[in-house]
Design a protein around this ligand. Sequence first.
Ligand SMILES: *[C@@H]1O[C@H](CO)[C@@H](O)[C@H](O)[C@H]1NC(C)=O
Ligand SMILES: *[C@@H]1O[C@H](CO)[C@@H](O)[C@H](O)[C@H]1NC(C)=O
Ligand SMILES: *[C@@H]1O[C@H](CO)[C@@H](O)[C@H](O)[C@H]1NC(C)=O
Ligand SMILES: *[C@@H]1O[C@H](CO)[C@@H](O)[C@H](O)[C@H]1NC(C)=O
Ligand SMILES: *[C@@H]1O[C@H](CO)[C@@H](O)[C@H](O)[C@H]1NC(C)=O
Ligand SMILES: *[C@@H]1O[C@H](CO)[C@@H](O)[C@H](O)[C@H]1NC(C)=O
Ligand SMILES: *[C@@H]1O[C@H](CO)[C@@H](O)[C@H](O)[C@H]1NC(C)=O
Ligand SMILES: CC(=O)N[C@H]1CO[C@H](CO)[C@@H](O)[C@@H]1O
Length: 847
Amino acid sequence: MGMLKNFIACVLLVVLFLQNSCFEAGLSANVTYDHRALVIDGKRRVLQSGSIHYPRSTPEVWPELIRKSKEGGLEVIETYVFWNYHEPIRGQYYFEGRFDLVRFVKTVQEAGLFLHLRIGPYACAEWNYGGFPVWLHFIPGIQFRTTNNPFKEEMKRFLAKIIDLMKQENLFASQGGPIILAQVENEYGNVEWAYGVGGELYVKWAADTAVNLNTSVPWVMCQQEDAPDPIINTCNGFYCDGFTPNSPSKPIMWTENYSGWFLSFGYAVPFRPVEDLAFAVARFFETGGTFQNYYMYFGGTNFGRTAGGPLVATSYDYDAPIDEYGFIRQPKWGHLRELHKAIKLCEEYLISSDPTHQKLGAKLEAHIYHKSSNDCAAFLANYDSSSDANVTFNGNVYFLPAWSVSILPDCKNVVFNTAKVISQRNNGDHPFAQQKNVNELLLASSAFSWYEEKVGISGNRSFVRPDLAEQINTTKDTSDYLWYTASIHVMPGQGKEVFLNIESLGHAALVFVNKKLVAFGYGNHDFANFLINKKIELNEGINTLDILSMMVGLQNYGAWFDVAGAGLFSVILIDLKNGKRDISSGEWIYQVGVEGEYIGLDKISLANSSFWKQGSTLPVNKSLIWYKTTFLAPEGKGPLALNLASMGKGQAWVNGQSIGRYWSAYLAPSTGCTKKCDYRGSYDASKCQKHCGQPAQTLYHIPRTWVHPGENLLVIHEELGGDPSKISLLTKTGQHICSFVSEADPPPVDSWKPNLGVVSSSPQVRLACERGWHIAAINFASYGIPEGNCGSFRPGACHMDVLPIVQKACVGQIECSIPVSSAYLGVSAGACPGLLKALAVEAHCSI
Ligand SMILES: *[C@@H]1O[C@H](CO)[C@@H](O)[C@H](O)[C@H]1NC(C)=O
Ligand SMILES: *[C@@H]1O[C@H](CO)[C@@H](O)[C@H](O)[C@H]1NC(C)=O
Ligand SMILES: *[C@@H]1O[C@H](CO)[C@@H](O)[C@H](O)[C@H]1NC(C)=O
Ligand SMILES: *[C@@H]1O[C@H](CO)[C@@H](O)[C@H](O)[C@H]1NC(C)=O
Ligand SMILES: *[C@@H]1O[C@H](CO)[C@@H](O)[C@H](O)[C@H]1NC(C)=O
Ligand SMILES: *[C@@H]1O[C@H](CO)[C@@H](O)[C@H](O)[C@H]1NC(C)=O
Ligand SMILES: *[C@@H]1O[C@H](CO)[C@@H](O)[C@H](O)[C@H]1NC(C)=O
Ligand SMILES: CC(=O)N[C@H]1CO[C@H](CO)[C@@H](O)[C@@H]1O
């Protein structure tokens, strides 16, 4: 009886929480912590959080992304702050457009969610230079991230700047704002050893400095075992269930739970199965965690030259629950949403006690949270990577699939198992993964005009040095490019056939001899360094050597990453007759940037200029060429993507805005992908990959707000050679969505009415369209033992046509749900005798 009463209380509390979302704008909140959890206004809280980095999307879509996060069960949004874009020139600040931090925080507030502000100011984040402004590198005597006065002064100034900005706008919780947590530094514990005693002192200084800035909310330092009190040290990783903070007075918090992994040019596309992600999250809360953040919940796009490096791709999709184009990724989003609801049902138990542990067998265990001696919630875990098991707990037998956790909010009924995915499934895991509903528009090749760039130094901006210059010091990252030019004299009788041996710190280089392209070399994300060794033909007399060294994102991670350097460091000619000629320390002429950049060919204002040439034959397969065309943006609300599969390497602009770097010519290794990735067993970033042997990325996101009715300008700078006549513009005109639910599956977590004995709820097929689209048609509906997957469903040996019933419930709706029960579906209970029946539905959403 006591159990029943408490259950009603628990359910009521949950309803209350979901409605108020635990937060009311304008009311000041007092945020502290104890050894179990963050404490908000005296109450411990169990919180699900997700990362959304504001500049990786446009402000117009922030409200939708945040709404989808909230519907997915998040209560906190987490973001880094990107110093290099907020202070592009020392003392000159920028907080506009995609970098309008205040607007982002207020958007989170308006949605009724909390915010975790990770100021850093080191961000890492696969972001250019880890978020540090490049000018910082040129302050005399500076050393980053250690006990160094010039660095500490700059860091403190920026921390104070951001905190003042937030205070002025009343954005901290104590002021009625959404910010409940702040972060100083970032994963410094991973590299601290490399900074010696200076590193240890720096950690203390950073902690002190942060605390003295009086934010009134707790500070965290992630991956920082020695974080001084009162700073909370938090865990980052694929799993954090073994984590303990450095003091018994601090709660167990997980600030980066990788929902997938980032993409680099030349690599296969990583993904993380939701069964494993849900397992990691459930294990974390099972073993005492109370705050967890998905890194990323929405990854987005590295527009412009914001991608870090080396070679981080433009898509930052991250296999996150919301994909790069803002669509819900199923079944990831839906399965995690059910998980969040199941954990929410346990919140009152989680905050009432520490877990008690019960061993249930080898790699089988339970953790129990009590509110009173006979009132509990439990998590049952099977962390064996291959063997399913039946366990006995509390007098009942439970089936636990390998690598799964079951959640029992009453220590009796299983409302959720991490390995059982009962969620809407979409056709493909990427909006353009299937041809269905995709409208592809080939750009007319006759409309292209072009500009062929000069090889080598093109104007009066050159300068001379007697050695090979380090690239970042030379370009100050004002451009990806640096021309290195030298003359090679060949005396009569000297060998004309020589080997040209070039060594570079990164990231890629085009080599021209006498203005002819002879070689292209490049590194990769793990090893930026590369070597070019090429046999070349020289002429007697003077020959020119022009080398275009290219950067693809500044390093963002590692000890002393800021001084890693880039560009050429050795150029040697090897002539079999006369031996080696090291020209590294001869006379070199330099130019920062390429000709098209100086002209400003990406600018709208030059769209009609005479620089652009037109003719009957469009040059293809040409290096160092700019292309220009116009296109009409397809109507509708569907996302836009440019297919650059036919291009080599470069950058593209739409109406003067850079949509990022592309590198379609760099194929991933042909091995390392598995057809089906077994989610069971420890995950790492290379465990599950797809698109081996293909470019990492061929589709490039164009935000809807960057195009307008009428003609839009597309400019492309191609470095290697490509065929622009094959470029196409894709949009999506609708969605195909599916669901497959068995009559043996549990009902949705939110329809669960424990021990009330009133409702016997069935499992449900639930379908929902996005972007305001409606269910226009049901393409498939079968109750029985349907076969196949979303997009290829077919009737099985037992098939009952329930199309009219499904049509009636769904067509014309934005979303619908259908109980998977013979009674509802009008089928006699005895149909398909001896078989477990399932309902499979495929629907088509469109305008
Ligand atoms: C905030 O909460 C803590 C602990 O719950 C309490 O000690 C402190 O007095 C509160 N501060 C304010 C300003 O209410
Ligand atoms: C923080 O608060 C302390 C004590 O009230 C005060 O001495 C200090 O000046 C404040 N610092 C800032 C940056 O506001
Ligand atoms: C668990 O129990 C069920 C029902 O008794 C049985 O069919 C199944 O084989 C058992 N599974 C394992 C892994 O022991
Ligand atoms: C380079 O040439 C441009 C135009 O040809 C001129 O405007 C500029 O002043 C020159 N710069 C230098 C440093 O001579
Ligand atoms: C870059 O310049 C700085 C001084 O501004 C110097 O300390 C550093 O060694 C240079 N880096 C390289 C790789 O040459
Ligand atoms: C370029 O010319 C076209 C057609 O004449 C015109 O519509 C467009 O506005 C011009 N663009 C600019 C930037 O002048
Ligand atoms: C461009 O280069 C590719 C690869 O080398 C080749 O297959 C193709 O025929 C070339 N196209 C043209 C038009 O030269
Ligand atoms: C705590 C933890 O698991 N950290 C891991 C986070 O992910 C990186 C990249 O895979 C690993 O190197 C860390 O060990």
